[in-house]
Ligand binder design. Structure first.
Ligand code: PHB
Length: 388
């Protein structure tokens, strides 16, 4: 009798364990095409988190389901997201490199009862598109605002702005212009480029002709950023002493070797440098380098993904694996932790990260080009967020 009870108890436990549902996380990003490096960084961040924390959370196995979105394509983003929710039955959505893709997917979340953790897309307004959006990246308002202070502190008076003409570019321009003119600086001209611009020589000519002392620039990190930096040098602006000011998208680490000494001294403001000096970042870089294969390929989207996985793990713990998007999002409001980038917390009001923004200078250390952090703007919120 006793034996039988024990046996059925063991069986019960076993079936209980077998019943623990696998939690599926659908990840949308550019995994092929010209921006594939950015998607590979999503994957490296996810793999690093799984290697360091295991692939089971609160007794549930985690399964990652990838969907490739090579370029910004809102219609395709909505279709892939719908397929992840309906076809794959994912419990969480994550990734989203470009703003238009995140915006197009956000309306699906409430009815699907699925939270979305944005690993990159950086326009302030995205968090207003759904109460189920949480963001572990940055906003371009957040990264661009301190650059206005830096420029004024360095005595720069006349600036021309050049940005890609879509959400994060317009936000970046607005942030810099507000900060710079608020501190007494002059904007001589503002140029907005179409997203597919890849010949930057005419833009560089306009920068030269404007008579500005400095150019403030934002482009989404990817193949165009390297082209823009090369055009700045090749068109003689660097030699003419026109200072380049930008958020860190323009000097992501994988581009630095190709730019070589030409980028030395360029100042950028950003939330993450691969060279950030902390024990948390050392552990992260070791795991993410192993995941991506070549450490020189590591870049900021990896840290957004790594922290995003942490946030999702907290959501899974809080809901015991039940699909309850509202409870999952509530559970991470106010969550604070030490990221590889430094201390961060989720602002309960807008579900975006409060974090340090660092002023960095491209430097050559031990034969490697890095974004060397030289100043810290602590605990920056999102100055671009407006209550809906
Ligand atoms: C965006 O589309 O929101 C985006 C993409 C790449 C960046 C920054 C922002 O580097």
């Amino acid at each position: 009798m006793k034996k039988l009870v024990l046996a059925s108890l063991a069986l019960g436990l076993m079936s209980g364990a077998a019943l623990a549902e696998t939690i599926k996380i659908g990840v949308v990003g550019p995994f092929s095409g010209p921006a594939a490096l950015q998607g590979r960084n999503f994957q490296a961040g996810i793999d690093a988190w799984l290697a360091m924390n295991g692939s089971t959370v609160a007794g549930h196995d985690i399964e990652i389901v990838y969907r490739d979105l090579p370029a910004a394509d809102p219609a395709q983003s909505a279709a892939l997201t719908q397929d992840l929710v309906v076809g794959e039955g994912v419990h969480y959505l994550a990734g989203y490199y470009y703003t238009p893709d995140a915006m197009a997917a956000a309306p699906i979340l409430e009815e699907a009862n699925v939270p979305m953790v944005i690993f990159n897309a950086a326009t302030s307004a995205i968090v207003n598109a759904s109460p189920y959006v949480v963001r572990t990246s940055f906003t371009t308002w957040q990264t661009s605002t301190p650059m206005a202070t830096v420029a004024r502190e360095r005595g720069i008076d006349k600036v021309i702005t050049v940005v890609t003409d879509y959400g994060p570019g317009v936000d970046s321009e607005n942030a810099f212009v507000a900060g710079f003119t608020g501190a007494g600086g002059n904007i001589v001209e503002s140029i907005r480029m179409p997203m597919n611009t890849n010949d930057f020589s005419p833009i560089m000519q306009r920068v030269k002709d404007s008579g500005a002392e400095a150019v403030f620039a934002f482009l989404p990190a990817g193949p165009a950023t390297l082209g823009f930096m090369q055009a700045y040098v090749e068109n003689g602006l660097k030699d003419a002493g026109v200072t380049l000011l930008a958020p860190g998208d323009l000097t992501q680490e994988p581009d630095l070797a190709a730019l070589g000494d030409n980028a030395l001294g360029v100042l950028t403001t950003f939330h993450y440098a691969v060279s950030h000096d902390s024990p948390e970042n050392q552990a992260f870089v070791a795991a993410a380098s192993k995941a991506i294969g070549n450490p020189a390929d590591l870049s900021f989207p990896a840290v957004g993904a790594f922290d995003g996985m942490y946030v999702i793990s907290k959501m899974i713990e809080a809901t015991g694996g039940n699909q309850d998007a509202k409870a999952a999002v509530e559970a991470v409001k106010g969550l604070a932790w030490t990221s590889p980038r430094g201390p961060v917390s989720i602002n309960p009001e807008n579900r975006h990260l409060t974090q340090n923004i660092y002023l960095r200078e491209v430097a050559k250390v031990d034969g490697h080009y890095i974004n060397q952090e030289i100043q810290t703007f602590e605990n920056q919120g999102d100055p671009g967020w407006k209550a809906p």
